[in-house]
Design a protein around this ligand. Structure first.
Ligand code: GAR
Length: 193
């Protein structure tokens, strides 16, 4: 697979660790793609000798097309650019999002901003979602979710800290289920087996 990142890379690290521990079998990360330099995720990839490719909005399509052609799965692990629709159509692409979609998603909703909105809303549960990426930002079919209770004492930072480890589990479990064909992705539709 190819893993696309923009930040600290803790989700990327969870995937790397699951490959190294043998939890994810017959799985390899061909490359890590980033739209930013000097981020934790790149450091994590380099430490594991995974090739790193830096893209920007204008060269994304030409650089990523051949890469997407080669892999079975593309994972957005905190990647904050919107992928050109031509790329989304090429291969199954999944994304981890730090809320219970379809709530608190869409353009501009990422990272701490999501948790701030959850706290503001007064919701008593939140969580994370892995979904199939389509042209509709954060609107593709939901593959799996995990939830947490939002306590009255929670703030955006504490909520983020609660949800982050669940994201790691959910993303890795979903990649495993994809590899084991517990669900298949056909023409941007999900079929659970
Ligand atoms: C994660 O919390 C992920 O859910 C979020 O970015 C963070 C990346 O953390 N993604 C989004 O908000 C996408 N809309 P990481 O770099 O430590 O994996």
């Amino acid at each position: 697979m190819a893993v696309l990142v923009s930040g600290e890379g803790t989700n990327l690290q969870a995937i790397i660790d699951s490959i190294d521990s043998g939890y994810l079998r017959e799985t390899e990360i061909d490359c890590v793609v980033s739209d930013r330099e000097n981020i934790g995720a790149i450091e994590r990839a380099r430490r594991r000798s995974i090739p790193v490719i830096i893209v920007n909005r204008s060269n994304m399509l030409s650089i990523l097309s051949p890469i997407f052609q080669k892999v079975d799965l593309v994972v957005l692990a905190g990647f904050l650019k919107i992928l050109p629709s031509e790329l989304v159509k090429l291969k199954p692409v999944i994304n981890i999002h730090p809320s219970l979609l379809p709530l608190f998603g869409g353009k501009g909703m990422y990272g701490l901003k999501v948790h701030e909105e959850v706290i503001r809303s007064g919701m008593k549960v939140s969580g994370c979602t892995v979904h199939l990426v389509t042209e509709d930002v954060d609107g593709g079919p939901i593959i799996a979710q995990k939830c947490v209770t939002v306590e009255s004492t929670d703030n955006p930072e504490s909520l983020q800290q609660k949800i982050h480890p669940l994201e790691h589990q959910l993303l890795v479990e979903t990649i495993k289920n994809f590899g084991e064909k517990k669900f298949v992705i056909n023409n941007k539709k999900l079929i659970f087996i």
